[in-house]
Design a protein around this ligand. Structure first.
Ligand SMILES: NC(=O)c1ccno1
Length: 243
């Protein structure tokens, strides 16, 4: 999978050299390239923004500079997926991460100031690329770089071979069961007067699975009632019977 990130602060993406994403880059699982948008500016000041039409505070990122950048980094023939992090986007979820992990080439355009001229996304769609304007949450950041880090971490870890034990991806929060993950424990069994739940020490796998499923349901109901409303309980019960 190839990922191109375009930003006026490319050093912001340095964290992508670390941990599992960094290892995926070094082993060739992820071809991640970071570009400085100012490389496509043409004036001596390497200007990338201008005042907004219609007035208003702040500056807007210029379509000509972004157009030249995306012409160079998006794949020919409209086969790419352009992601634009923005607080006005559709909320990014695990489903988006799963879909992006299946893409051959993703380009992430990190806006700054008041955002990127709307014609940039429009032109990319007209060229045949998929375009997703996505928000990592209901709050405003100073630019798209942090959101790009979040999204790349979320879909990058789903690439085959990135996470050591693929089974660890199965029971995570927001997985196929639509639940939050159950509480986890490790040694020692007793710590500062706090005991690990007895069932987890029992070796009775069916009871352990049932206990975990019940705790996941409780946690989801307490913290994310919206997810409970969307639960496929019949599928859960089937899964339960399989335990
Ligand atoms: N909420 C977001 O994803 C975002 C991106 C840029 N600013 O905010």
């Amino acid at each position: 999978m190839r990922v191109d990130v375009v930003s006026i602060f490319p050093d912001y993406l340095a964290a992508l050299d670390l941990s599992l994403v960094g290892k995926a880059r070094r082993t060739g699982l992820l071809d991640l390239r970071v570009h400085d948008l100012r490389g496509w500016a043409t004036d001596r000041h390497r200007t990338v923004d201008d005042t907004p039409f219609g007035g208003g505070a702040g500056m807007v990122m210029r379509p000509d500079v972004w157009g030249r950048a995306l012409d160079d980094v998006l794949p020919a023939g409209g086969a790419g997926h352009l992601v634009v992090p923005t607080p006005s986007g559709e909320v990014f979820t695990q489903r988006h991460a799963e879909r992006l992990a299946l893409e051959a080439h993703v380009v992430i355009a990190c806006g700054r100031y008041e955002g990127i001229d709307a014609r940039v996304a429009e032109r990319a769609r007209a060229a045949g690329h998929r375009v997703s304007e996505l928000s990592i949450g209901d709050y405003v950041l100073n630019g798209g770089e942090v959101a790009a880090l979040v999204m790349i971490e979320a879909f990058g870890r789903l690439l085959p071979g990135v996470v050591g034990n693929p089974h660890s991806l199965v029971e995570e929060s927001h997985g196929a069961a639509g639940l939050l993950e159950y509480p986890v424990y490790t040694k020692p069994p007793a710590w500062e007067g706090l005991e690990v739940p007895e069932v987890l020490l029992s070796g009775h796998h069916a009871r352990i699975e049932r206990w975990r499923r019940d705790r996941a349901l409780e946690r989801t109901a307490a913290r994310r009632p919206d997810m409970v409303a969307a639960l496929d309980v019949a599928a859960l019960d089937k899964a339960d019977l399989a335990v």
